[in-house]
Design a protein around this ligand. Structure first.
Ligand SMILES: Cc1cc2nc3c(=O)[nH]c(=O)nc-3n(C[C@H](O)[C@H](O)[C@H](O)COP(=O)(O)OP(=O)(O)OC[C@H]3O[C@@H](n4cnc5c(N)ncnc54)[C@H](O)[C@@H]3O)c2cc1C
Length: 423
């Protein structure tokens, strides 16, 4: 415990807390900033449990700005600053049924005009890419509802993978090098509200949070940033702050065998490099990990998957067998009998409304939430917006110079387009 008062305390040393702490210190070097996490190292929450993909393919212009500038920052980190991120571009191949293709056709054509490096394929071109790996009209298991035939696909090239841990470490190390302080192994139990006149909050008085409370006492601060990922609702909702997000579990299964090998080795993509495949049903996707002869499978299960915080969610083999495998094997029959080499689960802090992040300030508390399944690929931009929000600035400058109104990601004056391409 310390009698010191910090200018800002950032709760959560995942990729978003670390990016925010870094940008706070970079923007205002004299500011005293303390970054806290209950784990012993940064990136040990859900950042570590992601499948580490990035893409600029989003239908919401805000999401696109956040992702495009963050991906450009990744290139800058590796190319100019020499920080190894394990960045690899292999693209996304998002397959769609006829109706979704029709609905998205105009916005996909517009995205090409806006500088996104993408190509829209018809059914014949999809067949050329995936050859006999693909069943265009998949067969569902006996007695179950049909799965949509593949009508086309969009190939997005500015997409691939990187190491989220290495990225988070960059922010955290640079933050410390600029004089930022960190404290690990400290679980914040509550945010302590006080009246601006001191003492208990009275309903007619303005109030703010003066400290975070852990098992050994309080750390005081003038401003608080809560970037606690899926745990954010748990920290802010006791104060009457609605985080507008819900924790929800997602899983990943590393599949090996002849099926994955066939896909990785026999396809029509440029250079034989398999992109991430997204299937038309249930957002089932496959990430190629060529060096290990493995594909990672996941699914955007929504209806039927309860919301609720889990500290250490576990993968469910039953979910793989009963839900993901039928879709995979329907569209990619060679995936039958693929073995499981590795699996894990983690939690999204899920924006259930429009699929864009939430960054807003109530009193002196800035909440960074709702990154859903794309917090890593938007991390740099979200860190900048959170910094501007916390400093009371109206705009944030993204990497590359584009400016964004921070209220666009807020609650009251929120101005975002709904996102149609979420997994
Ligand atoms: C299976 C899966 C796949 C995903 N795939 C991708 C992907 O391909 N690409 C992508 O961009 N995103 C992906 N995501 C989403 C991505 O992981 C998140 O958006 C991102 O990691 C969120 O970062 P964060 O900093 O908000 O959360 P976290 O990394 O969870 O950080 C929050 C931190 O807060 C700390 N904390 C919480 N409560 C307290 C407390 N009371 N006191 C102190 N510390 C506390 C935690 O210990 C944690 O370190 C995926 C997520 C999952 C689960």
């Amino acid at each position: 415990m310390t009698g010191e008062e910090w200018d800002t305390i950032v709760v959560g040393a995942g990729v978003l807390g670390c990016a925010t702490a870094y940008h706070l210190k970079r923007t205002d070097p004299d500011r005293s900033v303390l970054l806290l996490d209950r784990n012993e190292r940064p990136a040990m929450g859900n950042t570590r449990r992601s499948v580490a993909l990035f893409r600029d393919l989003f239908t919401s212009a805000t999401n696109r700005d956040l992702a495009t500038s963050t991906i450009a920052f990744f290139d800058h980190l590796e190319g100019e600053l020499g920080h190894k991120l394990g960045l690899r571009r292999f693209g996304y191949y998002w397959m769609l049924g006829a109706e979704r293709l029709r609905t998205l056709e105009d916005s996909l054509a517009a995205l090409g005009g806006k500088g996104l490096d993408l190509e829209v394929h018809d059914e014949g071109e999809v067949r050329a890419m995936l050859g006999d790996n693909l069943a265009v009209s998949p067969r569902a298991p006996e007695g179950r509802g049909p799965m949509e035939p593949v009508a086309g696909a969009v190939l997005a090239r500015n997409a691939g993978t990187l190491s989220p841990t290495s990225l988070t470490r960059f922010y955290e190390e640079r933050f410390r090098a600029m004089g930022g302080e960190v404290e690990y192994g400290l679980r914040v139990e509550r945010l302590v509200p006080e009246s601006l006149r001191g003492g208990h909050v009275r309903v007619w008085e303005d109030a703010h949070v003066t400290a975070v409370e852990g098992p050994d006492g309080r750390r005081r601060a003038k401003g608080i940033v809560v970037a606690a990922g899926a745990w954010t609702p748990h920290l802010v909702e006791p104060l009457g702050i609605d985080s507008h997000v819900q924790p929800q579990t997602r899983q990943a299964f590393g599949l090996v065998g002849d099926g994955p090998k066939g896909l990785l080795e026999r396809n029509g993509f440029p250079g034989g490099e398999l992109p991430v495949l997204v299937l038309p049903a249930a957002g089932v996707y496959l990430k190629p990990i060529r060096s290990q002869g493995m594909v990672l499978a996941g699914c955007a299960d929504g209806f039927g998957r309860p919301y609720g915080l889990e500290d250490d969610p576990q993968p469910e083999e039953g979910f793989l067998d009963g839900q993901i495998r039928p879709v995979l094997e329907g569209y990619l029959p060679g995936m039958r009998r693929a073995g499981v080499r590795v699996s894990w689960a983690g939690q999204y802090h899920y924006n259930t409304m429009d699929g864009n992040p939430f960054v807003f300030r109530t009193s002196n508390v800035t909440v960074v939430a709702g990154a859903s399944g794309s917090g890593i690929m938007k991390s740099d931009a979200i860190g900048r917006v959170a910094t501007a929000t916390s400093l009371g600035q109206g705009e944030a400058e993204l990497f590359g110079g584009r400016r964004i109104r921070v209220s666009d990601l807020g609650v009251r004056d929120r101005k975002v387009e709904p996102e149609d391409l979420m997994i």
